[in-house]
Design a protein. Structure first.
Length: 349
């Protein structure tokens, strides 16, 4: 079985380093561990570093952590569905929101459960995933203030996730000034002004004034040690906390160019290959079902040529024995799929 080795101490080092860095400008870290589907082991390791809020995108992942005894404050990153509001109130302390119809349902559900759910309103700043348009924010807040079951806990923004829009001095000032204006206009205190995610790293380093922003929701930088605008390594962090290890199931010298009439492959593409003569073709027992094969890099001198659902093909410089193991570095989309797959064993070291 392919296995994902997870070095908990490297993740703890990353979490502690980032927590201390962001604290220098008054910013707390919410650790986003949706990339490891809310692993209770990883959640506990991060909590030991003094980070108190754990975030995931699925309410089921919060349920699993709670059932494993993980004691944290939980934030749900994905906007709740109408059909899951009862579970969101039951398991999450805070959720990110942009739809008043959903917030009303959260309030109703909270009243039934005898709770007061915390809502963070997301503001659209140009990335065009979730967020209330700036011209609509006041009317939404006026409606939220009347709801008995929810507390307006803060406002936030999310950039660089869909549109690739960079967190800048301008859009962060817009978020900060919006928070300031709302607090004064409605005479309320917003606890959380959450400026974004791992893509905010460069903004954080370069800005002289973080304004009212007091929180970032950090996932990839903790898990994989990179900022996410250019995928540059963040100084002093580990990028190899995760290692994918898989077995060689065929190893032969074969042509580089498929022969016969070429039509579509397993995924409907018509592949084009260069003829570079005979090569060491290594087949590994993993495929698209369990990992994004474009998002892994072998730690030996070899290149991923392609993959089908369950086979990964490498061009290796050297001969490799059938039955030997190959280690890979992984990036975020590979981590996500490996974490979700029941066919990949997770091993903590
Ligand atoms: C995934 C996500 C994050 C974390 O993003 P990273 O790039 O992993 O730091 C933060 N906020 C929201 C709303 C998210 O969906």
């Amino acid at each position: 079985m392919p296995r994902l080795e997870i070095d908990i101490n490297k993740i703890k080092h990353n979490a502690t380093t980032l927590k201390e860095l962001f604290a220098k400008k008054g910013i707390s870290v919410t650790a986003v561990i949706k990339g490891v589907i809310g692993s209770p082991e990883i959640a506990n390791a991060i909590l030991e570093c003094g980070i108190s809020t754990i975030a995931v995108s699925l309410v089921q992942n919060i349920k699993r952590m709670k059932e494993s005894g993980v004691k944290a404050k939980y934030l749900l990153t994905r906007l709740p569905m109408h059909t899951e509001v009862a579970d969101v109130v039951k398991y999450a302390d805070i959720s990110l929101n942009s739809e008043i119809s959903t917030i009303k349902l959260l309030s109703d559900s909270s009243l039934i459960q005898g709770k007061r759910h915390k809502v963070v309103l997301m503001l659209e700043l140009g990335d065009l995933r979730e967020g209330i348009l700036p011209e609509d924010i006041d009317s939404v807040i006026e409606q939220i203030i009347l709801l008995k079951g929810v507390e307006l806990h803060g406002i936030g923004a999310n950039l660089a996730c869909f549109g690739g829009v960079k967190p800048s001095e301008e859009n962060m000032i817009e978020l900060s000034q919006t928070a300031d204006r709302i607090q004064k206009k409605y005479n309320i205190k917003l606890q959380m002004i959450s400026g974004g995610n791992s893509a905010n790293y460069e903004w954080f380093l370069s800005t002289e004034n973080t304004g009212k922003i007091n929180n970032l929701r950090i996932g990839e930088a903790i898990l994989l040690g990179r900022e996410t605008l250019h995928r540059n390594k963040i100084p002093n962090l580990y990028t190899d906390a995760f290692t994918l290890i898989c077995e060689v199931i065929e190893s032969k010298i074969k042509p580089s160019l498929p022969y016969g009439e070429i039509c579509q492959n397993a995924f409907g593409d018509t592949p084009v290959y260069a003829d570079i003569g005979n090569i060491n073709r290594i087949i590994i027992g993993i495929g698209e079902q369990d990992v994004d094969t474009k998002a892994i890099t072998p730690r030996i001198t070899a290149k991923v040529i392609g993959a089908s659902s369950d086979h990964l093909i490498l061009h290796s410089k050297n001969h490799i024995e059938v039955g030997s193991e190959i280690e890979f570095d992984i990036n975020y989309s590979a981590l996500l799929r490996l974490s979700t797959s029941p066919y990949v064993k997770k091993v903590f070291i």
